[in-house]
Design a protein around this ligand. Sequence first.
Ligand SMILES: [Zn+2]
Ligand SMILES: [Zn+2]
Length: 480
Amino acid sequence: MGDRDAGPASATFLPMGGTDEIGASCHFLNIDGTGILLDAGADPELEGQASLPDIDLVRRRSDRWVDHVLVSHAHHDHLGALPVVIRSFPHVMVHMTRATRDLADILLPASAKLQKKRLVEGSSSAQPLFDTEELGAYSYLYLTHELEATFDLTGLRGAGRIEGQLLDAGHVLGSAGLLLTAHGPDRPRRLFYTGDTGMRSQTIIRGARYPEEPVDTLVMEATLGADPDAEKTSRRLEEERLGEALREVLSGGGCAVLPVFALGRGQEIIALLDRYRKEGVIGEDVPIYSAGLLRAISDVYDRTRFSTPRMDEEFQVFGVEQKRLPRGRGGMAEALTRPGIFVLGSGMMFERTLSNRIAQEVVEHEKHAVLLVGFARDDSPAHRLLSATGNGQAPEVLLDASRGRQALRCRVVRFRFSGHSHRRDLIALVERLKPRRIILVHGETRARGWMADNLRYFYPEMDVCVPDQGEEVPLWPVEG
Ligand SMILES: [Zn+2]
Ligand SMILES: [Zn+2]
């Protein structure tokens, strides 16, 4: 950092979770004595304490405390540690949109049950981080706000008044960025936290509506920062490619497995399948299977369609005919003998999830396909499946350690339907908000590196920070 950061900074930013991966998003702001957490996420691939942000970075320090928590949206990497955060800071006020609260009331109990199940089954030795009874009490604490409404974020010991505003972030149902205004002795400072951001409209969810006016500090996600293809692909062309792939697999008598995130991608894909059915791309009689959490979340999408931003508020996910997964191995084997589409979580095909289990049944057969429609981090089974193709004569893939390596004969195709903004859109946001300081979070090392290099090149006057977990940075340059 340069000279202008010399002297005591009364406003600081501190990442409490890993910032170089799509892990536990949780960032601590100390603004003149007010403590605010941006998100309370857990790492979706780790378990127990290891999945949590480092809460001790604040809890063990007498000069740090938390007054408020903002939950930008209900994905596990932004929400999954909330109960632990509430337990650690009992007086905390929790802020989110109403749709995010509705989703949290489904997702957190589901997470509690899954943690317990894994311990009982012996597939994990991690003690559950919270239970469903505890969650029932916490849910009453969540304060919900309309998009663009102003609410108070001043802490008990805060020296200046702080206001917040949730702004539509696109991405998935309920997603919001936070525009924060800190009133101080001189002029007010503005900070914008993007959360996860989808600036382009999807099939159901509308693109983000972000601030127009400049801010002092921009805390920005960088998921697609290292992905040069993301900005070159158009959603319309990807939709055509997916339709074409489905048509080929189904007409060859095969089944298509589409691993999806239960929140967001799952509903968007079902909306797209509905369009394919109407356009005759896929037959009326081809069953679409969906299961579990995805269905519960689809219900929230439908219930909130008039109260949240939509492309078409008349559209209902359950207006699209879907079947439940057949029960037992026999039923499943039977279903795989004729054309069908399986829309199943998890999107990255983590072990012991439905998409992983059903993929194990299809990968060895040429007529089937796994069609990847979401982000897959480098260490995920979905990424292993994708990188196994084309490797020599007889590719093999490891989907589940207990099953071992399997011959890979089915088609594996990747499509780009990200709910995240690509890097040109991110740079356009920087151009518009003209921050003096940018803090890059939520991206793998390469992604944040590319963004940082380019932002420094295009905007030498801006301070670009890429802090590691636990590395405190001043929120805005000290003036004078
Ligand atoms: Zn997200
Ligand atoms: Zn995220």
